[in-house]
Design a protein around this ligand. Structure first.
Ligand code: SF4
Length: 387
């Protein structure tokens, strides 16, 4: 009989993770930079952890992980709006957003495992913000009254920062609502701190109990760069899949982090291999503080197009979208004269599924800065640039 040897799977070592809340705790930041960057962190809060900081190559001044987590002085430039997609306008109760018919967002936590410098919800981390509600009873009541809601997205902040006891209680209450089929969790913890999943047997048990064959839990992961796919992160995804959780990835295109064909291709490819394929690549929202991280629409699409056309179907199946106030607008193509767009999801029925085109503008970052092309459908609710 032929003895077949099993492949050796190395269990990655699991570091103890400590939070780092002050830039002065990072000895690699030169003293001459520290005071300036601390000024930035007074406006847009800084938070990291020892595991994630270990991923930085400090000898590289343009290191992508460093750019993702360490403040930059240019964040103080006057640019963008704090709520660039006007999420306030779809807030139906404290901590509850309802924009698309079938999906409700519960903003149940305003803390993350670390803070991405380019975050589009950085307003939630500011002192006087009341858009998050730790008490989800109003959200549950709203969902119960809306039988069309089949998907509930737990977001914030990062829901996986919450205690397992609290998460389990939320899962239990959502599972009592018959019409809620999918529970989504938007989380960057598999990147920021995969030990949150690896070290907590109770969390794994909760996933097993509440991710059911016809009522799944989806983890909407947030990896931004292939270097985040460490052995521990890969083990975290393997563990989630083993618990019956479906994993997909979504992230923005970020200047200085993942704006290269090499970085995006490797990430899309590796994510497809480990069972967490890319779902959306987002055009960065023009959020206050985000000027150093944004890329205009046209070069962003050109980069995306080069990546997805060179990859396998599974690695290249993501859509490149703007999360605009009026809906998820897919950027479908660009030619010499026009940018071609389509409503993938729409807030207004009259825009649903509609294709339209705008005059090409290589400097524009957002739909509102464009102008409709002659003869195109003009979507409802968009404040286009003046001619
Ligand atoms: S994990 Fe998400 S919510 Fe938290 S800082 Fe990063 S982008 Fe913002």
């Amino acid at each position: 009989m032929i003895q077949r040897s099993l492949p050796i799977v190395e269990t990655p070592s699991k570091p103890r993770v400590k939070y780092v809340r002050s830039l002065s705790q990072i000895e690699q930041i030169p003293p001459e930079d520290l005071a300036k960057l601390e000024e930035v962190s007074k406006r847009y809060v800084f938070r990291a952890n020892t595991y994630y900081l270990e991923l930085i190559d400090w000898s590289d001044p343009n290191d992508p992980i460093r750019n993702l987590i360490i403040p930059r002085e240019e964040e103080l430039h006057d640019w963008g709006r704090l709520d660039a997609s006007n999420e306030q306008s779809v807030t139906v109760a404290p901590g509850v957003q309802h924009k698309y018919r079938d999906t409700v967002l519960l903003l149940c936590n305003e803390v993350c495992g670390a803070y991405c410098r380019y975050c589009f919800r950085k307003r939630l981390f500011m002192n006087d913000n009341e858009e998050v509600s730790k008490d989800i009873s109003a959200g549950l009541a709203y969902i119960r009254e809306h039988p069309e809601v089949s998907n509930v997205l737990l977001t914030g902040g990062d829901p996986l920062i919450m205690s397992t006891r609290r998460l389990r209680e939320i899962f239990r209450q959502l599972r009592e609502i018959e019409h809620v089929r999918i529970i989504r969790i938007g989380s960057k913890m598999p990147a920021f701190n995969p030990m949150r999943v690896l070290d907590d047997a109770d969390l794994q048990a909760a996933f097993r109990e509440y991710s059911l064959p016809d009522r799944r839990i989806y983890l909407m992961c947030h990896f931004d760069h292939p270097r985040e796919l460490t052995p521990q992160a890969r083990e975290g995804i393997r563990t989630l899949l083993d618990c019956g959780v479906i994993c997909v990835n979504q992230c923005p295109l970020i200047r200085g982090v993942n704006d290269s064909v090499e970085a995006l291709s490797e990430m899309f490819r590796e994510l497809s291999y480990i069972g967490c394929p890319q779902y959306y690549l987002f055009q960065g929202r023009p959020t206050a503080g985000n000027e150093p991280y944004e890329i205009p629409i046209v070069p962003g699409w050109e980069l995306f197009h080069r990546v997805v056309t060179a990859e396998s179907g599974l690695a290249g199946r993501a859509k490149f979208c703007m999360s605009h106030e009026t809906g998820k607008v897919e950027i479908c193509g660009v030619d010499d004269e026009r940018i071609y767009l389509r409503y993938h999801r729409s807030k207004y029925p009259e825009n649903t599924g509609r294709f339209f085109s705008c005059l090409r503008d290589d400097e524009a970052y957002w739909l509102d800065q464009l102008r409709p092309a002659p003869g195109s459908f003009v979507p409802h609710g968009v404040r286009f640039a003046e001619a």
